[in-house]
Design a protein around this ligand. Sequence first.
Ligand SMILES: [Fe+2]
Length: 368
Amino acid sequence: MTAPTISTEGLRELLERGAPVTVLDVRPPAERAEWSIPGSVHADAYEALRRGDPTVLADFHPTNGDRVVTVCAAGKTSMLAAECLRARGVDAVSLEGGMRAWSLAWNTAEVPCPGSSARIVQLRRTGKGCLSYLIGSNGDAAVIDASLDPHVYQRVADTNGWHIRTVLETHVHADHLSRARALAVETGARLCLPTTARVSFQYAPLKDGDTLRVGSAGLRVLNTPGHTPESACYLLNERALFTGDTLFLAAVGRPDLEATTDESRHRAHVLHASLQRLVALPPETVVLPTHTSAPVAFDGQPISATLREVHERTSLLRENEETFVSQILTRLPPTPPNHHRIVALNEAGTLPDDPTELEAGANRCAVA
Ligand SMILES: [Fe+2]
């Protein structure tokens, strides 16, 4: 017997519309701790399923409606779980491709931006923690840090009556494959990057102080090196700040990726200066980072905070330069998996056929 499957897009749509479904995660606890589907329940059944234990999942009952979607890392053990539940009369299906495929799942939230001539939609890659943004004003739109398939941005832009004219990156990314170039090619939009010699494709270079127009809104470039040498932030109408991986909601960017120990120390000093520049902006400024460290719920709530809140939560922002540098260098998390290969592909502007193979694993761009 083979249980039916559901695709990532199928499950994404069920969760987006709040349909009753119990998502049952059967991975080992350590894998679940790394990343999971919001609202899912866990059964530590992986080993028992693999050895064909007939009593496995005997105590499991759906907690939200009758339908169950079983999940594992790649969609094989979850198939055993679905078969086992179906033998007991439970309406169970297996998530095709497992958590690896789920890394492409997404949802959206509108970011309130009072008094602004633009609207902001936050696109959240819930299975990976990548955040990207669609800014719309007077029928025109810009996308910042595209990490999803280009058709997703086009679909959301179409829904809002926007035409994507500009695609921007805050920096060369190390833990997801950029979809910016592909999006620019597909939409005919202008591809803009902070000025850098790192990439080998054509782009419109941005420099500190430049202001891009998006409809009637203005997007000002702030060079904020440190996380990477070319990192920049974009300030929308002096109210919303797209911080890339320079500043998160309770952490700062790591300065060590693709750098030697000496370079990391230098970059940490530079990052301190960049962050001091950001915290001098008005405290009501809305901070919108490119990554989050937890799975993103299908709740329509934006992942954002005011600069005042970020400052209160992030002790590193309040340290003097020497303390900041020594603390950040001792608190570095493990490097993201495959980051050398991801950076090489992002510098070349190419996308492999199956990006999820390289992108597996949690985001690790932040130091808290
Ligand atoms: Fe980054």
